[in-house]
Write a protein of this length. Sequence first.
Length: 192
Amino acid sequence: MNNGTVNTMEIKRRPSAGFTYIGVLLLVVMMGTALVVVSQVWQTVQKRDKEEELLFVGDQMRRALALYAANAPGGQRSPRTLEDLLKDPRFPATRRYLRKIFNDPITGRPEWGLVKAGDSITGVYSLSEDAPLKKAGFRRIDQSFEGKTKYSEWVFMPGVPQRPGATPPGGTVPPGTTPQPQPGTTQPNPKQ
């Protein structure tokens, strides 16, 4: 009789053990799905933060270039290297327009794309070919960034904001952009 009782108990346990196993599998699947969603949201938040940092750092570089031009003693109005913004070689005393050369927040590297007029730097841009999340709602000075498809098309230059697609002052455009002729000066306007 004990054998019959044991067999009956084993039979009763098997269906409930199967339901528990299926319940645990469903719980694991739901947790995995939730982790994927949280991961995607986290990556989006991180990318937005990097974009905001790029806008801040780019603006700092733009301001430093404008200050360098505004302090021109009559000669060179634009730096030849970004390091000239750390210590202006035109003056015997130390003059700084940046406290450090920032890393590109998108690539994480200290290399920047440079907009040049001859051997002088008139602007900077990210070397990243990634697509930005932000497409509209920029500040007035950054309105030319609206609708751009790559971070490398966000060019930070002192002066009046340019219309989208316009050739920056100095004539050199970042790779992948389609320049359009722009009437006017070839020197940036440091007063804006």
